[in-house]
Write a protein that binds this ligand. Structure first.
Ligand SMILES: Cc1cc2nc3c(=O)[nH]c(=O)nc-3n(C[C@H](O)[C@H](O)[C@H](O)COP(=O)(O)OP(=O)(O)OC[C@H]3O[C@@H](n4cnc5c(N)ncnc54)[C@H](O)[C@@H]3O)c2cc1C
Length: 478
């Protein structure tokens, strides 16, 4: 019986786990390992909210492995060195892992694979995070897709995916190698700001599968209708679970198939939901084909956009949810408190930062990177470049979200805003999205003073919109 190291990274689950399945099918003794090597992800080392999630997800994975007579071996350091050490200590002949798509990690994994093979080990990578590998799909002219709809159409030709794999039986080694305690990874914040995160989430595979089941039972049918309403329970909230690989897109496909009597693409809600899973695929596809996009606009002419020169204070006002625009502030406070933000509000706060504040999208992307529990280099980059109008299949640069109109359309009774901006809780519906217009009599009645109880708008919407458009005129014909 040979021994195999199964190297967990962002595939923190036991079901539909191709590497585990492969090792178990061969009847190997399996040593599950996690190597903490954040320096290898530089410059995109995981942010504070992601580290919080990772801690709890690793703890959940270890507990699930122990229930099956196994355990997670945790080590810190350079990945290749640790893998070589572990091979020496355990006599493992093979190392398996599931693929990741960030440029720094592709480079690392390629080097690790070559080095292990040169050592005489079996080194194999598998597909687990995506439905379609990015290098397997091109336009008829052999260039990569830049527009989502034809991309998704081409994906659908290759779908549905194979059925998810069950959790395998795990054979353990006779002696376990030493493991570093999880606490040594120092993933949790020293100043405990994480109560809001703990109240909102259950990291780990069990939490992910429960959330998927709940969403399929209660949210899937109405998804197309309610997905844009931040105050309703209309979306799946599966993004951090997907990012950390606590569940797979194949499992999502299977669950939506089951919930729709076998025909998810014929069901309005399920088809719309799977299309969003398609956007996740597209984000990884774009990052794979244009690895420079986390830092640089895909459309080069946007590099010359005339951003505001001094903006430190304005950036802070946005980060703290003190802009005076209710929906923007509600979103930024929800993000800070729970590590997550509804997609419509992500688009709005991003548009506000880029277009009304004229602050580079990269600054917003970095704040999201640190505060989102689902911070994902592919999806975050795509989201910010889409909103800025400088990426693939982007919103036109002249589309500038209006926070008041967005509020009236998607939060008409102000329920979302009232929840996250309690200063506005008692305002009449008509003023909750523009509190600075509250008449004096109503101010007295509600004990609300614009500028004192809550900030007045930090920028004038119409003037800032005009300035943004003037800036875009300057780069558009380059
Ligand atoms: C500026 C900006 C930044 C973003 N940053 C991230 C990020 O760091 N990580 C992240 O996972 N998503 C990001 N998104 C995409 C999207 O907002 C989130 O995936 C979604 O809000 C997560 O909530 P949900 O799981 O309830 O989504 P649902 O609406 O239930 O969608 C299901 C799944 O589809 C995927 N998905 C949905 N919309 C998108 C999208 N536009 N792009 C890519 N995948 C999508 C997600 O994996 C999501 O979990 C960003 C969007 C914008 C506009």
């Amino acid at each position: 019986m040979s021994t195999t190291l199964v190297w967990f990274r962002r595939d923190l689950r036991l079901t539909d786990q191709p590497t585990l399945h492969r090792a178990a099918a061969d009847g190997d003794r399996i040593i599950p390992i996690y190597i903490h090597a954040p320096q290898e992800e530089a410059p995109w080392v995981p942010g504070a909210a992601s580290r919080w999630w990772l801690h709890h997800s690793l703890a959940a994975l270890d507990a699930a492995l122990r229930q099956r007579g196994s355990r997670l071996i945790v080590r810190m350091g350079d990945s290749l060195t640790v893998l070589r050490d572990l091979r020496r200590e355990t006599g493992a002949t093979a190392v398996y892992w599931n693929r990741l798509y960030e440029p720094a990690l592709i480079a690392r994994d390629t080097a690790v694979k070559a080095a292990l093979r040169a050592d005489g080990a079996i080194a194999e990578s598998h597909q687990a995070a995506l439905l379609i590998e990015p290098w397997t799909l091109r336009k008829p002219d052999e260039t990569p897709y830049q527009v989502f709809t034809p991309f998704w159409k081409a994906c659908l030709q290759k779908l549905p995916p194979a059925a998810p794999l069950p959790a395998p039986t795990l054979h353990s080694p006779e002696r376990w190698p030493e493991s570093t305690p999880l606490s040594a990874l120092d993933l949790l914040p020293r100043i405990r700001w994480d109560e809001g995160l703990a109240a909102a989430w259950q990291p780990g595979e069990a939490g992910a599968l429960a959330q998927l089941e709940r969403f399929c039972a209660t949210g899937l049918t109405g998804y197309a209708q309610w997905r844009d309403w931040p105050g309703r329970d209309g979306v799946s909230r599966l993004s951090p679970h997907l990012h950390f690989g606590e569940l797979s897109p194949r499992q999502i496909w299977a669950a939506t198939t089951e919930a729709t009597a076998g025909a998810p693409l014929d069901d309005k809600g399920a088809a719309s939901f799977l299309r969003e899973i398609g956007w996740r695929e597209f984000a990884h596809y774009v990052l794979y084909h244009w690895p420079h996009t986390p830092e640089q606009p895909l459309q080069e002419r946007f590099a010359a956009y005339p951003w505001r020169e001094e903006y430190g204070e304005l950036l802070q006002v946005w980060q703290r949810g003190q802009t005076g625009y209710s929906l923007v502030d509600a979103g930024m406070r929800q993000l800070w408190k729970t590590g997550w933000l509804h997609n419509r509000v992500r688009m709005l706060v991003a548009s506000f930062l880029i277009k009304n504040c004229r602050i580079p999208w990269q600054d917003g992307a970095r704040w999201f990177w640190d505060t989102l529990v689902d911070a994902d280099l592919a999806s975050n980059t795509l989201g910010w470049q889409w909103t800025a109008g400088c990426g693939t299949d982007a919103a036109p640069y002249f589309r500038i979200f209006n926070p008041i109109r967005q509020g009236a359309q998607f939060d008409p009774d102000g329920a979302y805003v009232r929840h996250w901006v309690p200063e506005l809780a008692n305002l009449p519906d008509a003023f909750v999205h523009q509190p600075w217009l509250l008449p004096s009599a109503e101010q007295r009645a509600t004990d609300f003073t614009p500028g004192l109880s809550y900030p007045t708008p930090v920028v004038d919407f119409a003037a800032s919109r005009a300035a943004a458009l003037a800036g875009f005129e300057r780069v558009k014909n380059r």
